[in-house]
Design a protein around this ligand. Structure first.
Ligand SMILES: [Fe+2]
Length: 234
């Protein structure tokens, strides 16, 4: 199974943001990625699909523009909801705009499980909502950790891959790390089934091996003029 993965496209009409980001270029980068890799089995975005410009109609237009190009490609698609997506949309609206497949959920392919987590919560358990987000305070609610534990305990699952916007890797800048990441890493390590963990959010990208498991943070697509995405064979 070939996964085509990108993250942090931050697509919007801004030419430059935060000095190094080129959000406007992300439409062309998504287009180039889909042209270069038309035969993937699934397309994944690890979140921050768009950047909130404070104008709801523009946010919708930017999301629909990317989704139109993605639908043309005809690949099954899902996107995690990044903190910037949470600024722009409620969960229900993002779900509707991006095709009705916003995590958390689990996809099964035989004995392989793809586990998509949603850390868009504050550590008091409240869900990220527009206007109610501290990006440095992200958290996996207990019910998600329990679901992670249950999926990994299923004897029918032999190999698992975990996808999450914010970071479980303890090696990235600390304000990007999910507050209870250590609890999730302990479940992942104890299972013996997780082959890799993929994250976005930390725009520089980072790779580490923790408890013998690769923790891969993809470089943000919106950074600089060069494109950034990855083809992963699982
Ligand atoms: Fe981002």
């Amino acid at each position: 199974m070939k996964l085509l993965i990108f993250t942090d496209s931050h697509y919007c009409s801004k030419e430059v943001a935060c000095r190094t980001r080129r959000p406007l270029l992300s439409y062309g980068k998504v287009d180039a990625m889909l042209t270069a890799c038309p035969h993937a089995d699934m397309l994944l975005c690890l979140g921050d699909f768009i950047d909130d410009g404070g104008d709801h109609a523009a946010n919708v237009a930017h999301t629909e523009a990317l989704m139109t190009r993605i639908r043309e490609a005809g690949l099954p698609f899902c996107t995690l909801m990044g903190n910037h997506d949470c600024h722009a949309f409620t969960r229900a609206e993002f779900d509707r705009l991006t095709g009705g497949a916003v995590p958390p959920f689990v996809l099964r392919n035989g004995e392989t499980a793809l586990i998509f987590l949603d850390a868009g919560y504050s550590d008091d358990g409240s869900r990220y909502e527009p206007g109610k987000i501290d990006w440095k305070n992200c958290y996996l609610p207990p019910a998600e950790l329990e679901q992670l534990r249950e999926v990994l305990a299923d004897p029918g699952v032999r190999d698992a891959y975990v996808f999450v916007h914010q970071n479980l890797d303890p090696g990235v800048q600390v304000d990007h790390i999910i507050r209870n990441a250590a609890d999730a890493r302990a479940i992942i390590a104890a299972s013996g089934k997780v082959r890799a963990v993929y994250q976005g959010h930390y725009h520089h990208g980072h790779e580490a091996v923790v408890d013998g498991i690769p923790y891969i943070t993809l470089r943000a697509m919106c950074e600089g003029e060069e494109n950034s995405y990855r083809v992963v064979e699982i």
